[in-house]
Design a protein around this ligand. Structure first.
Ligand code: HEC
Ligand code: HEC
Ligand code: HEC
Ligand code: HEC
Ligand code: HEC
Length: 438
């Protein structure tokens, strides 16, 4: 299928049968923007894209690489307060714990990651440490630590504070909230927001209220490569924060948290969640209104607009979105030879040496795909489907690793990861349009 892109396309044709679907896709989106707007209204008026010096300094301290061990807990802490386990936090913060358990952050040491890291711990600990820095950033979650001898020689040594169970729990509460056993969090949701140390008599000695928690930059360390990070075709492999910065969302006061943690809920829904993806895009199909007969050419325009994603749709190289069209008879028999497909995504080779194409849709823009087909008979229908494959790259990557006999100690985990990745695609849009008067 051919593709064109534009800020907005004026429709040349009357739209058929899209109204109910517009509401299905459009209404939750309006609600989302409405909520985000309301919520932003209750926040400090500053743009979430602009950081104070104090916020930048806090983030630099908070997200040191690697994070130092917590050290011994204060003597007055109960075992519950001293524990870094998410379930311990959950006894007093049940809502955050329940939400977090359903999130992808809690699965960031799943079989696809651990299946690769397990082999690196001995053979290539420096690479394992790179993976840990985003997937399990607490020192307590890492088997080995880089230790510098008095002679200035740095070697990886077994980590005395290592907690294997905490490692398997992925991106845990403490990774974002606890340093040296001190809790850090956003200011309470009261106006005016009070920052600084809050009430030492609360459990775990109260907490430090930091406005940086409400800013997009809080997420930057793991969702944005640095300027000198790995790039292909002149574009960083991970660029989500910059994509957001270049959109209109910072000016509207809408941060990552407004969409991914609505009402401060710890959900982080993204490309793996059908409802989240539907809220982010508006899909329309234009079919010129006329009498269709055998031998004539149908030209339908399918438009996918990024109306609610705060960055490119999709932001990473790993997902793919398939826009598909085919004809079927009035009885529903599919004509496979009429199938056409266009792909939204950034395609890179498995060894990450080359970018093959980049058709991702920036915030506020849209892409149109033309389905052109000479009709092989009378009384046909057009079916349009949009299918999201969130783990498209990983499916091929795991399959290739296993086919080469690779995987080592992690091989059975990678088999499991491949099964999961193969099960992940879902349909966000399907519409059947008769090309005849029924
Ligand atoms: C014994 C109960 C208890 C345990 C266990 C506990 N907390 Fe808390 N936590 C509290 C209470 C009570 C507050 C104060 C809430 C308030 O008054 O705003 C609090 C406040 C916080 C805040 C600040 C909230 C804000 O408004 O910014 C964060 C963040 C936090 N806890 C994280 C954690 C984490 C992470 C853990 C586990 C490592 C944990 N807590 C374990 C009881 C607990
Ligand atoms: C310490 C690193 C780290 C921080 C900080 C972090 N993330 Fe993540 N995030 C990850 C990792 C790693 C994954 C992927 C986990 C996996 O699938 O194994 C992820 C996944 C996600 C996903 C799910 C993507 C999908 O595929 O569906 C969303 C959404 C997300 N993060 C949003 C955020 C937001 C918003 C913030 C800031 C409030 C944030 N993250 C902070 C590391 C981080
Ligand atoms: C800069 C942060 C960062 C680093 C470093 C990083 N990842 Fe990730 N990883 C992410 C994010 C964000 C995602 C989710 C988006 C995606 O799927 O691309 C992810 C997703 C994944 C996934 C797919 C989801 C899953 O759980 O199966 C695998 C596998 C993975 N990473 C493995 C690794 C390995 C192995 C390393 C080290 C060589 C590594 N990552 C280093 C941030 C990071
Ligand atoms: C990826 C980082 C991350 C992880 C993991 C994480 N949080 Fe949070 N948490 C945040 C951010 C960011 C906010 C502030 C969100 C905002 O301002 O919109 C927050 C807010 C909070 C608050 C204040 C909520 C309120 O309503 O004021 C508490 C309490 C809290 N988190 C506890 C937890 C607990 C318990 C866990 C684990 C079950 C956890 N967090 C996991 C980043 C994280
Ligand atoms: C206006 C709402 C909005 C804002 C703001 C926003 N996102 Fe998203 N995000 C979405 C939607 C909707 C999706 C699902 C569609 C998709 O994956 O592109 C998504 C998907 C994701 C994913 C899944 C991976 C992928 O390839 O798409 C990650 C990771 C993510 N967002 C992180 C972030 C971070 C980090 C920020 C802030 C720098 C942010 N988002 C800001 C709405 C938003």
């Amino acid at each position: 299928m051919g593709q064109e892109r534009g800020q907005s396309r004026r429709s040349r044709h009357r739209r058929r049968g899209i109204k109910p679907l517009f509401w299905l896709v459009g209404l939750p989106l309006l609600l989302l923007i409405g909520l985000a707007g309301l919520y932003a209204f209750n926040r400090p008026a500053s743009s979430p894209g602009i950081l104070t010096e104090a916020e930048e300094a806090f983030l630099a301290r908070h997200w040191q690489q690697p994070l130092p061990p917590q050290g011994p807990p204060p003597p007055n802490f109960s075992p519950l307060e001293a524990s870094l386990a998410p379930a311990s936090c959950g006894t007093c913060h049940p809502q955050q714990y329940q939400d977090w358990q359903t999130s992808i952050h809690s699965q960031s040491m799943g079989p696809g990651v651990w299946g690769q890291v397990i082999d690196m711990i001995e053979s290539d600990p420096a690479s394992a440490q790179v993976c840990w820095s985003c997937h399990t950033p607490l020192a307590e979650q890492q088997n080995v630590l880089l230790v510098t001898s008095p002679q200035g020689e740095a070697t990886f040594r077994p980590n005395p504070a290592f907690d294997a169970a905490l490692q398997q729990q992925g991106l845990v509460c403490a990774a974002c909230h606890v340093r040296k056993h001190q809790r850090f969090g956003p200011p309470r949701r009261t106006t005016p927001a009070v920052t600084g140390r809050i009430n030492g008599n609360l459990p775990h000695g109260g907490f430090m209220a930091e406005t940086a928690f409400t800013k997009s930059a809080f997420c930057r360390g793991c969702h944005q490569f640095g300027a000198d990070g790995f790039a292909l075709n002149g574009k960083l492999l991970e660029n989500t924060y910059q994509e957001w910065q270049q959109s209109s969302y910072p000016d509207q006061g809408i941060a990552c948290q407004d969409c991914h943690m609505p009402e401060r809920r710890h959900l982080w829904r993204g490309i793996h969640d059908p409802e989240m993806v539907k809220r982010g895009v508006t899909i329309t199909v234009d079919v010129p209104e006329k009498r269709y007969k055998k031998g004539e050419t149908l030209e339908a325009i399918i438009t996918v607009a990024n109306t609610g994603v705060g960055h490119y749709f999709p932001t990473y190289v790993t997902p793919k979105v398939f826009v598909r069209g085919h004809l079927l008879t009035s009885e529903g028999t599919v004509l496979p030879e009429t199938a056409q497909e266009a792909i939204i995504g950034r395609e890179v080779t498995l060894d990450l040496s080359q970018e093959l194409y980049d058709t991702r849709i920036p915030p506020g823009e849209s892409s149109s795909f033309a389905y052109r087909q000479t009709l092989p008979r009378d009384r046909l229908q057009l079916r349009v489907e949009v299918v999201v494959a969130p783990d498209h790259f990983y499916t091929r990557f795991f399959a290739a690793t296993l086919n080469d006999g690779g995987g080592g100690k992690g091989r059975s985990l990678l088999v499991k990861a491949l099964e999961n990745a193969r099960r992940s695609p879902f349909t966000i849009y399907v519409q059947t349009i008769p090309l005849y008067v029924p």
